[in-house]
Design a protein. Structure first.
Length: 157
């Protein structure tokens, strides 16, 4: 008896993910930044288990902060774009490796401090009031399914 395939993974189209890029105007610690956001929004962003990226030579850890917005019934997640720590797995023996002890999730956006992600397919980041004089306006950004960060966000969702 032949087993019928319900779907073919090659034929599935993955939808892009809308994220927000958050750039800070001042260099402040994360706990102070989220304290001000929580105070301004009546939200309770709290630190969650770090997002872990496994490289060839290092494991990278990216802090995550999450809160639930009751009015819009949406979960918002801030992910640090820059790794907070890295643990070396093996010694680099090659002369020119592209892996260092610091990693950015968005290599082409190193000036971005946080990546803002929502549980909604079409997120409305305007419901989060950002502290004045601390943050530039949130920049909308679309991740395609081919990008490395897309797979990471899907895994942690």
């Amino acid at each position: 008896m032949e087993i019928q395939k319900l779907y073919d993974l090659d034929d599935i189209e993955f939808e892009d993910i809308a994220i927000g890029l958050v750039r800070l105007a001042k260099d402040i610690p994360a706990h102070e930044f989220f304290y001000k956001i929580n105070q301004t929004n009546n939200l309770s962003f709290s630190r969650k288990k770090d997002l872990v990226f496994h490289g060839g030579y290092y494991d990278y850890f990216f802090p995550r902060y999450e809160a639930y917005h009751k009015f819009s019934k949406t979960c918002f997640t801030f992910i640090s774009n820059k790794s907070s720590e890295s643990k070396q797995k093996k010694i680099q023996t090659e002369l020119f490796t592209e892996e260092e002890n610091i990693k950015f999730l968005l290599n082409n956006q190193v000036d971005v401090e946080y990546i803002l992600h929502s549980s909604e397919q079409f997120p409305d980041f305007s419901v989060i009031l950002l502290p004045e004089n601390l943050v530039f306006p949130i920049q909308d950004y679309t991740l395609s399914s081919e990008e490395e960060l897309y797979q990471i966000i899907q895994y942690y969702e």
